[in-house]
Design a binder for this molecule. Structure first.
Ligand code: GAP
Length: 446
C-alpha cells in the first residue's frame, strides 16, 4: 500500500468501491437500506463463491478424513437449550436514558455517543442504565400459532447442525476417529452493535469444521489445526504480517471451550478476530447425549475403549474473510498525477480472471477478441470490453480486481499472439491462445 494512503478513510473507500464495482450493496437500498444487512453484487457473489470453494476444497474435497454436511438453519428448539445458547449466549447491554441508544456494556469505551460523536457514551451527558444481559439468538414461530410452544431459533452457529448429525455421518460414511465434518452456512446473531461494513452483521455465513478425536490427543490435534488454518490464509494470498494469534484468557473462553485461539487481522479499525480455533472437549456431544439419551460414544480399536469424542473446531466467518481479502488487496498509487485504485486479489479467488480487450473497435480486432473470449471463457470467468481508451479499460479492471488484461492488437491478426498485462507488475508478455490457457490455468489453480 502506498505510504500516502490514509488508513482512517480506507474503510469508506472500500465501501464505495464495493458499491461502484458491484461487490457489495446495502440491503433493500431503494427502501433506505436495512442496518447491518448487505447484498453481494455480481463480483461479490463470484468472489464469495470462489472463497467458499477454496475453503471447501482445502477442508473437505481434498481430504479423505473430512466429510461435508449441509444442515437446516432451523433446528429443534431443545438443541439450543442443550448447547447452552438459550442460557448463556448473551452480551451485556446498557441503554442511554437520554437518547435511548444501545451499547454493549463491555465495549462502551470503544463506542461513540450518537448525539456527541466526539465522546464515549459515559462521557456525554446521558446517564446509562444498569447492565442487562441480552440473548443474541433471533427467535421466530413455527406454524400458525404464535405462542411460547411454537418458538424456534435461527441458528447462531452452524456447529450444532454438525453435532446432532455426528452419528448419522459416522454411520453412513464409515469414517473412523479421528475424522471431521465440515459445513458452510448462514448463521444469525442479533448483535447489539453490528458495524464496520460486513465485519459484524446480524446475518452472516460461517465456514466451520468439527474434528472428532480421542481425548488424549487433543493437544496435538489442536496444534495441527492451528497450523493448518494459518497455512490457509497464506495460500489465500493474505499479507501474513497483518495476521497474528490471540490466545483466549480464562475470562474470554466461551462456555464450551477448554482452550481457544483466534487468528486476528489488522483491519483499518484495529486488530480483530477473523477465525477461532477451539478445543470444545466432549462438552457438546455429552450434553446432546444426556438430553436425547442417544449414545454418542465411540469404540476405538486403537485404545480399546469407548469414549465421548473430543472436538477441535475451526470456525471462520465467510463475510469477514471476504472483507479481509478486500482490505488486504486494496491499494492506491499515483500514476502520472492521477490517484489510481488497485484491488490486488489473488488470481485464485478473483471474480474475473482476465479481461479480453480489442485495442480498437475495427480492423477485425473485435471479431478476433470475441473468438478468444468464447474459447477461453469455457474454462475461466472473463470480461469482454471494447469501449473507451485501452488505458481506461485497464484502470477499470485494476479497480475490479482482475489480475490480467489480454489485448488483441494489429499483430494478433498476423501471428495470433496477444499481450497479457499483469495487474501487479504491469508487465506485458506476448502469448498465443494455447499458451494463454496454460498460463491462466497455472495462475488460477496454482
Ligand atoms: N462455532 C463457534 C463460533 O461460532 P465464534 O467465535 O462466535 O465461534 C466464529 O464465531 C467466527 O464467525 C468468527 O471468528 C467470525 O469470523 C464469524 N462471526 C461471528 N459473529 C459474526 C458476526 N456478527 N458477523 C460476521 N461474522 C461473524
Amino acid at each position: 500500500m502506498s505510504a500516502k494512503m490514509k488508513t482512517d478513510d480506507r474503510m469508506e473507500k472500500i465501501v464505495s468501491l464495493c458499491k461502484r464495482r458491484g461487490y457489495v450493496f446495502p440491503s433493500s437500498e431503494i427502501y433506505g437500506g436495512l442496518i447491518s444487512c448487505w447484498d453481494y453484487g455480481p463480483l461479490g457473489a463470484e468472489l464469495k463463491r470462489n472463497l467458499k470453494n477454496f475453503w471447501w476444497d482445502t477442508m473437505t474435497a481434498r481430504r479423505n478424513d473430512i466429510e461435508g454436511l449441509d444442515a437446516a438453519i432451523l433446528m429443534h428448539p431443545q438443541v439450543w437449550h442443550t448447547s447452552g445458547h438459550v442460557e448463556e449466549f448473551n452480551d451485556p447491554m446498557v441503554d442511554c436514558k437520554k437518547c435511548k441508544a444501545r451499547f454493549r456494556a463491555d465495549k462502551v469505551d470503544e463506542s461513540r455517543c450518537p448525539m456527541k460523536p466526539s465522546k464515549t457514551p459515559h462521557e456525554c451527558d446521558g446517564e446509562l442504565t444498569e447492565v442487562r444481559n441480552f440473548n443474541l439468538m433471533f427467535k421466530t414461530y413455527m406454524g400458525p400459532v404464535e405462542d411460547s410452544s411454537a418458538i424456534i431459533y435461527m441458528r447462531p452457529e452452524t456447529a450444532q447442525g454438525i453435532y446432532v448429525n455426528f452419528l448419522n455421518v459416522k454411520n453412513s460414511s464409515r469414517q473412523k476417529i479421528p475424522f471431521g465434518i465440515a459445513q458452510i452456512g448462514k448463521a444469525f446473531r442479533n448483535e447489539i452493535t453490528p458495524g464496520n461494513f460486513i465485519f459484524r452483521t446480524r446475518e452472516f455465513e460461517q465456514m466451520e469444521m468439527q474434528f472428532f478425536i480421542h481425548p488424549s490427543e487433543d493437544v496435538q490435534w489442536f496444534k495441527y489445526w492451528r497450523e493448518q488454518r494459518w497455512e490457509f490464509y497464506k495460500n489465500l494470498g493474505i499479507n501474513m504480517e497483518k495476521l497474528r494469534w490471540h490466545e483466549h484468557g480464562p475470562d474470554e473462553l466461551a462456555h464450551y471451550a477448554k482452550a481457544a485461539y483466534d487468528i486476528e487481522y489488522e483491519y483499518p479499525f484495529g486488530w480483530q478476530e477473523l477465525e477461532g480455533v477451539h478445543n470444545r472437549t466432549d462438552f457438546d456431544l455429552t450434553r446432546h447425549m444426556e438430553a436425547t439419551k442417544k449414545d454418542m460414544r465411540y469404540f476405538d480399536e486403537r485404545f480399546e475403549e469407548k469414549f465421548v469424542p473430543y472436538i477441535i473446531e475451526t470456525s471462520a466467518g465467510c463475510d469477514r474473510t471476504l472483507l479481509t481479502l478486500l482490505v488486504d488487496a486494496y491499494d492506491e498509487i499515483e500514476i502520472k498525477g492521477e490517484q489510481r485504485v488497485f484491488l490486488r486479489l489473488s488470481p485464485r479467488i478473483s471474480p474475473i480472471k482476465a479481461a479480453i480487450l480489442p485495442l480498437v473497435k475495427k480492423q477485425g480486432m473485435p471479431e478476433f477478441a470475441q473468438k478468444v473470449y468464447q474459447e477461453l471463457g469455457r474454462k475461466f470467468k472473463l470480461f469482454y470490453d471494447e469501449s473507451g481508451a485501452v488505458g481506461r479499460r485497464y484502470a477499470r479492471m485494476d479497480e475490479a480486481g482482475t489480475p490480467f488484461c489480454i489485448t488483441v492488437d494489429g499483430q494478433s491478426l498476423e501471428d495470433e499472439t496477444m499481450t497479457v498485462r499483469d495487474r501487479d507488475t504491469m508487465e506485458q508478455t506476448r502469448m498465443k491462445v494455447a499458451e494463454l490457457q496454460d498460463f491462466l490455468d497455472k495462475k488460477v489453480h496454482g
